[in-house]
Ligand binder design. Sequence first.
Ligand code: NAI
Ligand code: MG
Length: 352
Amino acid sequence: NRYKIAAVNGDGIGHEIVPVGLQVLNTVADRFGFQLEVTHFPWGAGYYREHGDFMPADGLDTLRQFDAIYFGAVGLPDVDDTLPAMLYTFKVRTNFQQYVNYRPVKLLAGIEGPLRNKTGQDIDFVVIRENNEGEFVQNGKIVHGDSPYGVATDTSVFTRFGIERIAHYSFQLARRRRKHVTNVTKSNTLIHSLAYWDRVIGEVAAQYPDVTYRKMYVDAASANFVLRPEIFDVVLTTNMIGDILSDLGGAIMGSLGYGPSGNINPERTFPSMFEPIHGSAPDIAGKGIANPIGQIWSGALMLEHLGETEAAGAVLSAINAVTAQGLRTADMGGTATTQQVGEAICAELRNH
Ligand code: NAI
Ligand code: MG
């Protein structure tokens, strides 16, 4: 098999972790006998500084021809941060109907995380963040912003179509896991949008009697993420709540640098995009010390999506073997470089 991959480093540590991720992907491809044909695109905030846009006008048409997109993160301190979401991530996610943002939260081998001692139980859940609508549709404006009467709005949009499809995805996923869905909501205050969200999810839940369903408000859910993370299996939630809770999920794993994600178009009409949950980390960029594991794990999710399930499993095993050995980057208090972690994972893949 041969897969066409579009690689977009983006900015900051993207330039360090995407190449390492690709090195791991090529190593596992060699071992399992498939090929990755990688094309690089220099898009992001750096590209914006030169060209006035995060990608060329025909960027989406270009990406469409690929089997998957392997992405780092976009954003630079001197480029207006309201732009990247709108001009790259948002465009790709919405135009390619990547309505599922799949974000596993799982402790890697040998990593205590801040919570393992407390619970003594395995933490293994997935945040399913609705990725195409909700709070992030950028439907709003600033009116008379410089005057004393300035008003700003961002109106969320939730559709039955959008809620049903993310709910079905979540319940079907739960069937392949521990059969438990928690809808994280805030319908007690967002009494229209999230009340409707709850209602439609409740209707879908009734079609999956074999899956346990419960509703939890986000304030309580954030406390439970810390106090009882072992109770979660599939966490189904909105775009903004999912964005916030998945960084908390990264923290539960010990570092934001561990968190992987897939922006998935389940129908496969369009390519899906795989990226770590974190941003471009300008504070540590250029030093070669970023934790590459979230990026590498995202590569495993990409392989799974492409149907290379065994190879995906091998990457995750290799990651766990390396974390079990105690190799740590600076975010985890260690001295290993990005490159060293990548090489250790490649060595595991070659030797086992
Ligand atoms: P961030 O996730 O880039 O960094 C937050 C903190 O976590 C920083 O201290 C950083 O050093 C650390 N960190 C993140 N990833 C790490 C890794 N792999 N290894 C070690 N430490 C790591 O979030 P921040 O600072 O809020 O945003 C920086 C830029 O990234 C902004 O321009 C933002 O808009 C952009 N961003 C882009 C995203 C995307 O392209 N999908 C997602 C989130 C933020
Ligand atoms: Mg985020």
